[in-house]
Design a protein around this ligand. Structure first.
Ligand code: ATP
Ligand code: MG
Length: 264
């Protein structure tokens, strides 16, 4: 069996590959030592491939040899494979890995260039949610955010133009969190959670749009566990992209790109 592992800042993504099957698993980064123990006890005879920020730590503690790859190369290889499997035939595109933080890349069919990064990512989503509401659990955040109303917290362009014609679509956010002091001055937990997701979603999408423009493409691919079952976030990404005449793609199993691509 071949085992690809992408050990990121928050989650360890694992792909188990045999002739007959492919299985995806993830573990909290806090359980890294348990994952190492499991590998040492059960998988010493398998081929293990590592990538991600915590790959070196794992490699040092394993009592058998492994192969390591640079995170950005591994992710691109895995993403290329997942795009092909999903029949997403993109020639020239940008992709954003919305992990704990976010990294941005410009890509063609055979190569990628990392063009930057931002500290705004999934870690921001859960960290800021926790500070505002006391809820730091990812699944609870994405579930409860569904019942939130963004207009109670965020200022839209149409709020400023107040019914008069605006030069940009009225539905665009003019200021994340900028409406709270003009609106009813209180917001429910759900309103706060959806506003946090909106802030992260719109920040990464705005960066993607600019990056795509500079790279002369309309195609933007989003991966990373932050998007996992996160319909509130992906809806915002799709809607914002559409308003800007760009195309957003969320790749199935995209968060496993690094783990899959580590297997060379
Ligand atoms: P990085 O690449 O920045 O080192 P990472 O690879 O660990 O980090 P991802 O796994 O792509 O990053 O995404 C991590 C984010 O996914 C978290 O910040 C959180 O928003 C979200 N997430 C999804 N599921 C979970 C979960 N079960 N536990 C914690 N966070 C989760
Ligand atoms: Mg990662």
């Amino acid at each position: 069996m071949k085992i690809g592992i992408d050990a990121g800042g928050t989650l360890i993504k694992v792909v188990l590959l045999s002739d007959l099957s492919r299985t995806f698993k993830k573990y909290p980064a806090a359980e890294i030592d348990q994952v190492i123990n499991m590998l040492n006890s059960k998988h010493a005879a398998d081929d293990v491939y590592l990538t991600g920020g915590k790959a070196e730590y794992i490699q040092e503690k394993l009592n058998f040899d492994t192969t390591a790859s640079i995170e950005f190369d591994a992710t691109f290889r895995g993403l290329t494979q997942l795009l092909k499997e999903a029949d997403m035939d993109l020639d020239r595109y940008v992709y954003l890995n919305v992990g704990t933080g976010t990294s941005f890349h410009q890509a063609t069919q055979n190569s990628q260039k990392r063009v930057g990064g931002s500290g705004v990512g999934g870690g921001t989503m859960i960290g800021l949610s926790y500070l505002l509401t006391g809820i730091g659990d990812f699944d609870t955040i994405i579930e409860r955010a569904k019942d939130g109303i963004r207009d109670n917290v965020d200022l839209k362009v149409h709020h400023i133009y107040n019914g008069r014609p605006s030069p940009i679509p009225g539905d665009l956010t003019a200021s994340n969190f900028g409406h709270i002091l003009n609106a009813q001055k209180t917001a429910s937990t759900e309103d706060q959670l959806i506003a946090v997701i909106g802030l992260v979603a719109e920040t990464v999408t705005a960066m993607a749009i600019n990056l795509a423009d500079a790279f002369e493409t309309k195609d933007m691919v989003f991966i990373g566990s932050t998007l996992l079952d996160n319909k509130v976030m992906t809806d915002i990404i799709y809607r914002y992209s559409e308003l800007k005449n760009a195309r957003a793609f969320v790749v199935p199993n995209g968060e496993y790109s690094g783990a899959l691509g580590a297997i060379s």
